[in-house]
Each structure stands twice: as C-alpha cells, then as structure tokens.
Design a protein around this ligand. Structure first.
Ligand SMILES: Nc1ncnc2c1ncn2[C@@H]1O[C@H](COP(=O)(O)OP(=O)(O)O)[C@@H](O)[C@H]1O
Ligand SMILES: [Mg+2]
Length: 284
C-alpha cells in the first residue's frame, strides 16, 4: 500500500483580482514539488489562468475539456479522471470555460446542483485523502460559491494581498467571510484555519508599503503575516522571467531563480508552521 501523505489542503483566496493568487498557487505548488512533496493544484477560477499557465500539450488539453472542475460540479464526475499529471509529483485538476456557467448556476440557483451546494467540492475530494501532501486551490476574484466551496473543502487559507490601502479593505471582507464559515450558524467548516496573510509584489523601496507591512504585523493576535514576503519583480525588469517561467518550465527553474526562491522560502516556512515542534509536543 502506498504511503499515506500529509493531506494538507490549502486554499489561496482573496476576492480582489491581481493580488497574485494564481501566481502564488502555481509557484507554491512548484516549490513544494521541488521539496519532494506530492502536490495537487486545483484551478477553481473560470478564467482558467492556472490551467493556461501550465501550458498543457494538445492531447492533455483535449482531455481537460471533458474532465475538469466544471464536470465535477455539474455531473459528479469522478475526481480521479480529472487529474492531469504535470510531473511525477505535481498534478492539476484543470478549470475549463464551462466553469463560468457552473459559477452562475451555483450563485443563482445553488440547489440545482446539490442539496448541499457548499460542500460539492469537499465531497468530491474525499477519494483523494492521503494521496497528496499538499493540495492547493486557486480561487476566483469573488466571494461566490466557487470560493465558498474551496473554503469549505480546505484546512488552511492563504490570503495574498498587496500592501496598499485599498487591498486592506478587501482583506477585511475576506476575514469576515472566514469568520462566518468557521463560527457561523451553518458550521460550514469549523476546522478552517487562516494560515497567513502573504504580502505579494512587495516593494521595500516604498515607504507606504513598509508602513502597511508594519501595521499588519502589529496585530498578531488577529492574524499571522508570513515572514516571507514576495518581492515585486517588475522593478528589477524581471517580469518577463516571471511570465515565461510559469509554464511547464516551472519545474525546471533553478532553485535560486528570482521568481521561485521566495516561494521556496514560503514553502519551508509553511512546513515549519505545520510541523509540531518536538519540544512542544505533549507526551501521551
Ligand atoms: N512578484 C511579482 N512581481 C511582479 N508581478 C507579479 C508578481 N506576482 C504576480 N505578478 C503579476 O501580477 C498580475 C496578477 O497576478 P495573478 O497571479 O494573476 O493575480 P490574481 O490571481 O490574484 O488575479 C500578473 O500579471 C502577474 O504576472
Ligand atoms: Mg487568478
């Protein structure tokens, strides 16, 4: 029998677009895979950016048209038939353009698809228990039912955000939604934990961003901000590198690549957070 894996399900969400959710899902997935973890990425955004960024070959793209997250929602398709292997230890459940309709149906008449429309993804993922160390779900820039399903299916949430005032209001709304999922009357997912807020596209040369960083770090009792910060690459003229290397080359990136390195640091920080310390463990 295959070794049971850690089975940590991480949702990357923020209802704001452009905060590097998809970039984080792709690079963090690649980083964990480079650390020899078994990784599954799930593209839960109808814009399919994560799926496109994997630059699937034609045959795999064909397969993805018939077997993807939309078919899981719409016709209860077996989750295994939707898993695409990108590398030995890196897999993807792709999105397709059909997910636009799925999202509309879920948001307008949720009961059309299931009597428990918030739990469709969670239930569909049951057969995957113990098969992956990390499952990373990339969410759309909305607080609709696709994001809710991801939050109900997940153990942990990462909220990427820019260090701008406008992003902070988005962050507040996100945290309210999480509070409702964990503590609300419906008890949708009492186990969901906010793993951390991730500052992305960060510029240390801007005082306003440094101020927002220290403001966020000043309330550790409310939420945790990852020590790892993802620097903005465009200021170094490295945006081309970021774009060119999100594809199937992701796994061939040098370990010290400017784009991968911060995500490797983040992956190691997460491993450390989630591994109980030998010293703090209570003895039976
Ligand atoms: N560290 C970074 N430095 C510069 N640009 C970045 C960085 N991370 C992401 N981007 C760019 O920001 C844009 C939005 O990123 P994306 O991951 O698509 O955000 P989201 O999924 O939240 O909408 C993309 O054009 C992406 O290439
Ligand atoms: Mg995205």
């Amino acid at each position: 029998m295959a070794k049971a894996r850690k089975n940590r399900i991480i949702c990357v969400a923020n209802q704001k677009g452009g905060v590097a959710k998809t970039t984080t899902a792709a690079y963090l997935g690649a980083a964990f895979a480079r650390l020899s973890k078994y990784v599954l990425m799930i593209d839960s955004d109808p814009q399919c950016n994560l799926t496109y960024s994997m630059e699937l070959d034609e045959a795999t793209q064909e397969k993805a048209i018939e077997n993807n997250l939309a078919t899981i929602y719409e016709s209860g398709q077996d989750v295994d038939s939707c898993i695409l292997r990108i590398r030995d230890n890196l897999s993807l459940i792709p999105a397709s353009a059909d997910l636009v309709m799925t999202e509309l149906t879920l948001d307008s008449s949720p009961d059309a698809l299931s009597s428990e429309p918030e739990r469709i993804l969670r239930k569909a993922m049951t057969p995957l228990r113990g098969r992956f160390d990390y499952t990373i779900i990339d969410c759309p820039p909305s607080q609709g039912m696709l994001t809710l399903n991801a939050l109900v299916a997940a153990d942990y949430l990462i909220v990427p955000t820019l260090a701008s005032v406008i992003s902070l209001t988005g962050l507040e709304r996100m945290l309210e939604q999480v509070h409702e999922i964990v503590n609300g009357d419906m008890a949708l997912n009492a186990d969901l934990k906010l793993l951390g807020i991730l500052l992305t596209r960060f510029r240390r040369d801007r005082n306003a961003e440094l101020e927002i960083e220290s403001k966020l770090r000043s309330v550790p009792e409310e939420f945790f901000v990852f020590k790892t910060v993802i620097p903005d690459r465009s200021q170094f003229g490295l945006l081309g590198e970021l774009k060119a290397q999100t594809g199937r080359h992701l796994m061939e990136l040098s370990m010290v690549s400017y784009s991968l390195l911060p995500y490797l640091t983040l992956a190691m920080e997460i491993e450390k957070i989630l591994t109980p310390s030998r010293y703090s463990a209570t003895r039976p």
